[in-house]
Design a protein around this ligand. Structure first.
Ligand code: FRU
Length: 520
């Protein structure tokens, strides 16, 4: 038996856009900078050209800085710069001029930034706290000479809140020991040892270095992964989180390739860190994937979030190296995920699990909830509901299900062009499956269309939050214990919602609200 809970979303102003478009990218019905077809309306994108990893994220003087891997002259990867944007709420972004340009040591690969509040580097002047960026120089010159020591770590500082940067004259601060993949330094202050700790991606492992002043670095140890894989480690991060009143350390490792669903993805370990070595609590634990969707890579956390704030804030690159350079946008390529706040909470079997939730400042762009409480909850009472929005930007859908044994519930997001994604909760298999096979434009790469699953603990009602933008769907289950980020390229926003179940499944509540464009 199929139970249908039909929920119709009517997004005023979108009707005229439901005509199939021949021209993809910058031209077409929706045009104009920041409102082109597929342009994310609630996610950060550069105005133009290619972007990959988030870099140099630091909070300072009321501003969240976001730098990013940027190629200003092309919409595919090339000589890397650090693009720059700032935000006061992590939701609205202001584009700023490029922060770091390539130099004689190479192009500027991924890295981090810190506010050196004690002026350990000596870069501070007149009591002004220096922001210090620690990044990889990639020498394409050395690479083309056939050498393998072309990646080194360098630093630069800013005394004007990240607006201009001075590169340290003694760069590089960490030379290459003869290893081809030696990059992506993520630096944080380690209070107990009073040292800076650099977590670095070194081929198939992570190495830790320490420094008193961000200039002299000493090797401490390496942490190798438990499993064999062919890919390289990239963009690691190491940060503490509280778990049941105890401090735990989380080690992020981005892997390319090697992700569960193919291509690039991020996993994490939970353990102890003493300023020298990282020891995982359970070396035999199954792989923890941070996000089970195909499109959340190279994400790391912000530095210098004030103690009284206390949050651990994350942003990731919303793409996958399998197809990032060929996604069907022309004016710009790639977006960041929504910023997320991370916590360690109890997961299945009483084991800690890293949960990620969209930052609460999402409220700044949210309309009122439209809530349906008198839903047909019994299988026999299927009915039709209607939500209505006045904006065409993006929306959040929040659903709560009660799913019994042998039952499933499916959420179908669709548009009038016939594009659909299907999200199925399956209690027997303890899974959620995200299917983007018929989601619109999928032919640009064979690795794009597919069905991707994630394990779900069905303990009581299941809450599903969806953030649906012009070219992405981010899903958070049970408050973010399961995260899934997937790109989609439908003809128009997937504003239709149909929910159906098999067996004894009930929809307890359904709420929806518009998320207004951050660019208007
Ligand atoms: C990860 C990555 C990093 C590197 C950067 C280059 O996506 O490959 O390892 O620093 O991108 O743009």
């Amino acid at each position: 038996m199929r139970t249908v809970f039909l929920i119709l979303f009517v997004l005023f102003g979108l009707g005229a856009c439901n005509v199939p478009q021949k021209d993809k990218g910058t031209s077409g019905m929706k045009s104009g900078l920041m409102s082109e077809q597929w342009r994310p309306q609630i996610h950060f994108t550069p105005k133009a050209q290619w972007m990959n990893d988030p870099n140099g994220m630091v909070y300072h003087d009321g501003e969240y800085h976001l730098f990013y891997q940027y190629h200003p002259n092309s919409n595919v990867w090339g000589p890397m710069h650090w693009g720059h944007a700032i935000s006061e709420d992590l939701i609205h972004w202001e584009h700023l001029p490029i922060g770091l340009y390539p130099d004689s040591l190479g192009t500027i690969f991924s890295g981090s930034a810190v506010a050196d509040v004690d002026n350990t580097s000596g870069f501070g002047k007149n009591g002004k706290t220096p922001l210090v960026a620690v990044y990889t120089n990639h020498s394409h010159e050395k690479e083309s000479e056939g050498r393998i020591d072309y990646q080194t770590q360098s630093i630069a500082y800013s005394l004007d809140n990240g607006r201009t940067w001075t590169k340290y004259e003694k760069n590089p601060v960490l030379d290459n020991p003869g290893i081809r993949d030696f990059r992506d330094p993520k630096v944080r202050w380690h209070e107990p040892t009073q040292k800076w700790i650099m977590t670095l991606a070194v081929k198939d492992r992570v190495s830790f270095y320490s420094s008193p002043d961000l200039k002299e670095w000493t090797f401490e140890s390496s942490f190798a992964q438990d499993e064999e894989h062919n890919g390289v480690v990239e963009c690691p991060d190491l940060f503490p989180l509280n778990y049941n009143g105890q401090e735990k350390w989380v080690l992020f490792i981005s892997l390319n390739p090697g992700f569960l669903h193919g291509g690039s993805g991020t996993k994490y370990y939970i353990g102890e860190f003493d300023g020298k070595e990282f020891i995982p609590d359970d070396p035999n634990a199954p792989t923890h994937w941070f996000d089970y969707g195909k499109d959340n890579y190279a994400g790391v956390t912000w530095s210098n979030i004030p103690e009284e704030d206390g949050r651990t804030l994350f942003i990731g690159w919303m793409s996958n190296w399998q197809y990032a350079t060929v996604v069907p946008t022309e004016q710009w390529r790639s977006a960041m995920t929504l910023p997320r706040s991370l916590e360690l909470v109890e997961g299945a079997g009483g084991k800690p699990v890293l949960k990620g939730e969209v930052v609460n400042t999402i409220e700044n762009i949210a309309g009122d909830w439209q809530e349906k409480s008198d839903l047909p909850v019994a299988a026999a009472e299927a009915g039709t509901l209607e939500f209505s929005f006045e904006e065409d930007a993006a929306y959040q859908l929040s659903l709560e299900f009660d799913i019994q044994m042998d039952a499933t519930a499916t959420i179908d997001l669709y548009n009038e062009a016939g594009d659909s994604i299907f999200i199925t909760l399956d209690k027997n298999r303890e899974l959620v499956v995200f299917d983007r096979i018929d989601s619109g434009e999928t032919t640009f790469n064979e690795n794009f269309p597919g069905k991707y699953d994630a394990p779900v603990a069905f303990e009581g009602p299941v809450k599903v939050d969806l953030y649906v933008d012009q070219s992405s769907v981010e899903m958070f289950i049970n408050g973010g214990k399961v995260q899934m980020t997937n790109l989609v390229f439908p003809e128009t926003l997937l504003t239709g919602v149909e929910i159906y179940g098999s067996g004894d499944s009930q929809l307890i509540t359904a709420k929806a609200r518009v998320l207004n464009s951050i660019w208007k």
